[in-house]
Design a protein around this ligand. Structure first.
Ligand SMILES: C[C@](O)(CO)[C@H](O)COP(=O)(O)OP(=O)(O)OC[C@H]1O[C@@H](n2ccc(N)nc2=O)[C@H](O)[C@@H]1O
Ligand SMILES: Nc1ncnc2c1ncn2[C@@H]1O[C@H](COP(=O)(O)OP(=O)(O)OP(=O)(O)O)[C@@H](O)[C@H]1O
Length: 314
């Protein structure tokens, strides 16, 4: 059972003050883009392919990871796909026997929710493999226990997340929109970026107040107006990501210089996202970023795309 699952970029990430439970209330406009991981689930003990890395993720779940930065992905209980398979088995009251193979294209610790995507894909793949047929809402609830970004990886499209980002409402979107992602060498830790955001605000005496959705952004999405969308992109975590990784300022500047309609750090970073006016412009912007030597790689993608989807074995 193979499931394809997209990366996300946050078009607006408005972050409230820290909550008592350590999370932050958000207004989080998620947008799924055509950069995909693939997760294959098969019966435990089935044949293995060539492995960049493989390991046992606890009783009855094995995992193998290939592709983009596969060596940086944990192969034990810390792997979010392993945790997803085990959580689903627990909810279904059955043993978790499964072999997972993850083919990564989404950058690891890049702010594009790659681990969450793999968790969502594992939920869908194991649900089918085990013949559970759970309703989407139930998979979303299990996903939300695994991480704030997991429910959106199941849903896809464009949606606003409130609470810690897990309570989703789809947003009307007259895409496609064309993107370039500048991948960095090395990741950033999501909790560290949130903590730096709190620290910077406290040092500046800023009270963030309740996060609110940008009406300009919602209108631009609904109208399919890439220029207006580019102007409305906003990420409250960006100053923190820039403080922790100052070189990102040069990446954003290079993208703007080469004609991006909008530029921002994706989520907690360090991937930088650039909006282009067409697929052709995205391609030339990616080439210009590569030539400028400001990033490890530059890839193009379009959004919105669907969430975790069975592509074979279903
Ligand atoms: C930055 C984003 O990717 C934007 O979509 C998400 O907010 C992060 O989502 P995620 O990686 O699924 O995060 P989780 O696994 O739920 O939480 C990891 C850590 O991020 C911080 N965190 C996450 C979500 C949130 N609303 N407030 C937070 O402060 C907390 O320190 C938490 O312990
Ligand atoms: N399947 C997985 N793929 C990638 N990383 C994983 C996976 N499972 C666990 N991890 C761990 O999670 C950490 C964060 O990885 P991930 O790629 O999800 O980050 P991210 O894209 O910045 O997340 P987000 O945007 O949701 O905050 C990694 O450093 C890695 O240790």
């Amino acid at each position: 059972m193979t499931v394809r699952v997209p990366a996300k970029v946050n078009l607006q990430l408005a972050v409230g003050p820290p909550r008592a439970d350590g999370y932050h209330d958000l207004v989080n406009v998620f947008h799924a883009v055509s950069l995909f991981d693939e997760v294959t689930a098969s019966a435990a003990g089935s044949a293995t392919g060539s492995a960049t890395g493989s390991g046992t993720g606890g009783s009855g779940v094995t995992v193998e990871v290939t592709g983009e930065s596969a060596g940086e992905v944990p192969l034990d209980e810390d792997n979010l796909a392993v945790r997803a398979a085990r959580a689903l088995a627990r909810h279904a009251g059955r043993p978790p026997g499964v072999r997972l193979v993850i083919r990564k294209a989404i950058p690891v610790a890049g702010g594009m929710a790659g681990g969450s995507a793999d968790a969502a894909a594992a939920l869908v793949a194991c649900d089918r493999l085990w013949g559970l047929g759970l309703p989407a809402a139930r998979l979303m609830d299990i996903g939300a226990e695994l991480g704030s970004d997991v429910p959106f990886a199941l849903l896809g499209g464009t949606a606003v997340g409130t609470g810690r980002g897990e309570r989703l409402s789809p947003l009307p979107d007259a895409g496609p929109f064309h993107w370039v992602f500048a991948l960095a060498g090395g990741g950033l830790s999501t909790p560290a970026v949130y903590a730096e955001c709190d620290r910077l605000r406290a040092a500046a005496g800023q009270d963030p107040g309740e996060p609110a959705i940008s009406t300009a952004l919602v209108a631009a999405l609904a109208a399919g107006d890439a220029r207006a969308l580019g102007a409305a992109l906003a990420n409250d975590l960006e100053p923190a990501a820039l403080a922790l990784r100052p070189s990102l300022a040069g990446v954003l500047a290079a993208g703007r210089e080469h004609g991006a309609l909008g530029a921002l750090v994706s989520g907690s970073g360090p991937t930088c996202a650039f909006l282009a006016g067409s697929a052709g412009r995205a391609k030339s912007l990616a080439a210009a970023l590569r030539a400028a030597g400001v990033c490890r790689a530059a890839v193009t993608a379009a959004g919105p795309v669907p969430g975790a989807t069975v592509v074979s074995g279903g």
